[in-house]
Design a protein around this ligand. Structure first.
Ligand code: KIV
Length: 307
């Protein structure tokens, strides 16, 4: 069941056909909210209402990226409540140097795989560079495609005030929107990869952007690479959840790119990530062991052989 379908379950009385994200906060007060965002017993996908309720309870939650069905199924079984099919797939999955070349064809195909591999997590698909900047009509077309063809429950786009009309159009059509502020990697050619929101004026602009996104109907705001104090201020100023990456400990949620989190990324990783495993080493060792046994004749053995 998709997030939007879940939002229209019979138990969700009183909201009828109201666009899901428009009354996310009102939905949070309903008596049938699960008490824990993940690890709970309800056999349905996490919704934007659950995230709003978690903010009210002060419950922090984790988000990971995912780009394929099998990896996504591992994270779904592990209880990660929100999976982002990020355009970081450009760097982490498709072999590009930046997110800029990623297309909506890439995004739609991989988002559909992540949706197929999961049953609990809310799946958020990124709107790729060039798929929404032209204006609200283009943005709505791209968002609608991701919902209809891939089955995602929400979309993410970069920019606060500069993406206001796009956010409003998508939310009014009934598609929940996650906004992305701070370092916005699609603007790497103008921003570079550096901390955003430093200094009073930049910090005020970030707070303004976040409030604009909230007022336009966004259900959550990603804050990437911003000073912890500014992220904390944004988090206090909003009634929707903030999701930090390189934004310190005081956001409502934390997101990591899965290949960084699991130690799969080669080379240098950003200081704000933490490696919880060394998958690159484990996978490399497995490949070497396989190669050694093939060369030495130990594989396949009798138990792997048919007669
Ligand atoms: O594309 C992505 O993975 C992202 C996260 C870093 C938030 O936007």
């Amino acid at each position: 069941m998709t997030q939007l379908q879940a939002a229209r379950e019979p138990s969700d009385e009183g909201r009828g056909g109201t666009p899901a994200a428009q009354d996310a906060t009102a939905g949070a007060t309903r008596a049938d909210q699960p008490k824990a965002l993940y690890g709970g017993s309800r056999n349905r996908r996490v919704t934007v209402f659950d995230l709003a309720a978690a903010k009210e309870r002060g419950e922090k939650w984790p988000m990971l990226t995912a780009y394929d069905a099998m990896t996504a199924s591992v994270f779904d079984e592990a209880g990660i409540p929100v999976l982002l099919v990020g355009d970081s797939m450009g760097n982490c999955h498709l072999g590009f140097d930046t997110t800029v070349p990623v297309t909506m064809d890439h995004m739609t195909m991989l988002s559909a795989a992540v949706v197929r591999g999961t049953s609990r997590a809310l799946i958020v698909g990124d709107l790729t560079f060039g798929s929404y900047q032209e204006g609200p009509v283009q943005a709505l077309r791209s968002a609608t495609r991701l919902v209809k063809e891939a089955g995602v429950g929400a979309v993410k786009l970069e920019g606060g005030e500069r993406s206001l009309a796009q956010t409003e159009a998508i939310v009014q059509a009934g598609i929940p929107v996650m906004s992305h502020l701070g370092l916005t990697p699609q603007s790497v050619n103008t921003l570079g990869y550096r901390v955003q929101g430093r200094g009073d004026e930049a910090a005020h602009r970030l707070v303004r952007d976040a409030k604009a996104a909230q007022d336009a109907g966004a259900f959550a705001v990603v804050l990437e690479l911003v000073p912890a104090e500014v992220a904390a201020e944004v988090t206090r100023s909003l009634h929707i959840p903030t999701v930090g990456i390189g934004a310190g400990p005081d956001t409502d949620a934390q997101v990591l790119v899965w290949t960084d989190m699991a130690g799969m990324t080669g080379g240098k990783v950003p200081r704000f990530t933490k490696q919880y495993a060394n998958l690159r080493q484990t996978l490399g060792d497995a490949a070497k062991a396989f190669a050694g046994e093939v060369v030495g004749g130990a594989f396949p053995a009798e138990e792997h052989t048919f007669h």
